[in-house]
Design a protein around this ligand. Structure first.
Ligand code: HEM
Length: 303
């Protein structure tokens, strides 16, 4: 036992007991209390927090949906109908989840464009960007898998078309497609594994987001001027200043979603529409820029 280890002292003895064994409280105090945030950061710097709030909302609403969903080709569609009609507030959960998916992409697009515009992808934040790219790929995979679950026509043909893309890969393509589907066609085996993966991937995203945010905190956040912070006078503590900004943006975002859900529940929800359509349309554009930036970033790495 290292007796010389400096242990942070709190007034509360319970906190001290925990802190001695696992210094998690001082970690959070340092990373989310005293973390120096550049003074000039604007609301674009709140979109990371908003994305985190949305991710948590998606996970929580998804868990409750899963309690009432049946991943079987004979029952999936009807179980979704039951969620909409019979389950208490099931319609609300489903709309939160499907609209939320669309909003999640919009929020992350703004977050990405912020990083591009203000040069947050450059040295020393390249790994932060690269982890972001992984998150983005995982998000696309998750939204695609979720899209197939209601097992309507759009789900079935969506699953068919997208998995067929793999068969275009020379030599291994057909085998790969069959392996992914668990059958020669999209069927029950496919629906089962897609559900299992759709349940687990958001938790993987959550883990990568943890690394992503930890990476931001190593060298500190970028700022609209793109100038590295030199002294403490250029920063404010994350708590309460940035937290207040983030918690204003969060509820505002929720309000927009709430309005959407209340009046036009089905518009964005239909087929997790924006989520998937935007993901594949805009993604071509954004993914290309993401790719170019990543490659040029990698060149800067001194291997
Ligand atoms: C689930 C999705 C994501 C979440 C929850 C998330 C979360 C965050 C958070 C909390 C921050 C710190 C606060 C801020 O600067 O906004 C951040 C910073 C950052 N994120 Fe993300 N992020 C996500 C996706 C992405 C993607 C897809 C990219 C790019 C490909 C990306 C690139 C960056 C960059 C470069 C920064 C540093 C910004 C700076 O210091 O100026 N993020 N992210």
């Amino acid at each position: 036992m290292d007796q010389n280890r400096k242990v942070h002292q709190f007034k509360n003895p319970i906190l001290n007991w925990i802190e001695f064994r696992l210094p998690i409280i001082s970690y959070f105090k340092k990373e989310y209390g005293e973390y120096p945030m550049p003074k000039n950061c604007n609301y674009f710097w709140s979109f990371g927090a908003l994305a985190t709030i949305t991710l948590v909302t998606m996970i929580v609403s998804g868990i409750f949906l899963a309690m009432n969903y049946t991943p079987h080709t004979d029952m999936a569609f009807d179980s979704v109908e039951r969620i909409m009609r019979d389950v208490n507030y099931g319609w609300l959960l489903r709309y939160i989840h499907s609209n939320g998916a669309s909003f999640f992409f919009i929020i992350v697009y703004i977050h990405i464009v912020r990083a591009m515009y203000f040069g947050s992808y450059k040295y020393p934040r390249e790994l932060n960007w690269i982890l972001g790219v992984f998150i983005f790929l995982l998000m696309m995979a998750t939204s695609f898998l979720g899209y197939t679950l209601p097992w309507g026509q759009m789900s079935y043909w969506g699953a068919t078309v997208i998995t067929n893309l793999f068969s275009a890969i020379p030599i291994v393509g057909e085998g790969l497609k069959t392996w992914l589907l668990g059958d020669y066609n999209v069927g029950n085996a496919t629906l089962n594994r897609f559900f299992a993966l759709h349940y687990v991937l958001p938790f993987v995203i959550f883990g990568v987001v943890g690394l992503h945010v930890a990476a931001v905190h190593v060298h500190g956040s970028n700022n609209p001027d793109g100038i590295e912070i030199k002294s403490k006078n250029d920063t404010v503590n994350f708590f309460p200043y940035m937290l207040i900004k983030d918690t204003i943006t969060g509820p505002l975002g929720c309000l927009v979603i709430w309005r959407r859900l209340s009046y036009f529940g089905d518009t964005l929800a239909h087929s997790a529409l924006l989520g998937v359509t935007l993901a594949y349309a805009f993604s071509l554009n954004i993914a290309f820029s993401v790719f170019v930036i990543s490659v040029t970033n990698l060149k800067a790495v001194n291997f």
